[in-house]
Design a protein around this ligand. Sequence first.
Ligand SMILES: Cc1ncc(COP(=O)(O)O)c(C=O)c1O
Length: 408
Amino acid sequence: MPQNNWQELEQKLFLKTFNRTPVTLVRGQGVWVWDDQGRQYLDLVGGWAVNSLGHCPPAIVEALEKQAKTLIQTSNQFYTIPQIELAQLLIQNSCLDRVFFCNSGAEANEGAVKLARRYGKLHLNGAYEIITTHSSFHGRTLAMTSATGQGKLQEPYMPLPSGFVNVDYNNIKALRRATTARTCGVMLEPIQGEGGVNVPNDSYLKEVEGWCHKEEILFILDEIQTGIGRTGTLFAYEQYGVEPDIMTLAKGLGSGVPIGAFLAKEHASVFVPGEHGSTFGGNPLACTAACATVKYIIANDIPGKVKQVGKYFIAKLESLKQQFNFINQVRGRGLLIALEFNDEIAKEIATTCLSKGLLVNIVKPNALRFMPPLIITEKEVDEAVDILESVLSQQKSKEEELRWIKQC
Ligand SMILES: Cc1ncc(COP(=O)(O)O)c(C=O)c1O
């Protein structure tokens, strides 16, 4: 049966969880994707900060092809080589000492929280509470919904698992006030992604780390969105002069193949056999994709390139801000960038961008987020900004027309 009514079928068959853009993507190459009508788009969504090396990167495709013909899955009852190689790569290139592999970001954070709770039981008189922040995002499981400091995501599922305290982000005093004898750790994003690309003050993470050391509690960084080169260093913590006790990864780690990980310093690595596990976590196929990704990113200094092209992109957006007074702010680091408007026009802007062949993410009703593949070039940024400029000009004319009508 020929099927070209994919979007209708989706409406009929799926639980209604996603507000999807009305485009059915069938193919991708580099920073470009194509829909089932043959239309081409410049992709600044990048699989929600996942397609670090672009769509179908040859280095990953080749490695996957070879591994798929060799060994796909064995269970963690046995040793397998790709996961050990990946562990070595991550540990040699970070401040952490040990790793656990899983399949997604939420799962990585769940594991990190379980590890912190074990630490609390063993070393902090049974302390179990984790402090997290408002506007954070840590995943969709029940516990991570509780960790995620956004009322609108929590409210539908009340009562949520206890053991999480949400405080203001970028506010060390709030964090100090929330710390009690029950606290075993603090979990933060170095830059809040889903919350709107919120970049903290330069001193915030250092102050949090200092507080955690003083209180002898664990400093946990959720680098699921910021890690693997996204912000201009392999891990965002490097830019803030801090070292987490536990760090979580997912998204860009496997270039689109699902994989998550949490890493811990030796003193925090308190699990014993049987206390945590996963059926698919660390399977040879996903670990091969992640190994090839991390190797490519390091060998080609992708973080250095991200820093450069990210600065270029931000400068271009700043010049749009000079041109359009309904832009409120440009913020971000590397290739995790938000463009915030004075009004809730993000959806309108994104829809017009789509009609002109540009894919963007609506991170808030008044803000767009750009998280393109890390391999995007300045020329491709120019193409994206040209489209944005024409969309914003259209918006400006619309607003002027409305103002004129109101005046009449
Ligand atoms: C910082 C952060 N943590 C955790 C998650 C959850 O990851 P996943 O959707 O893979 O479970 C996300 C996803 O957007 C994220 O941005």
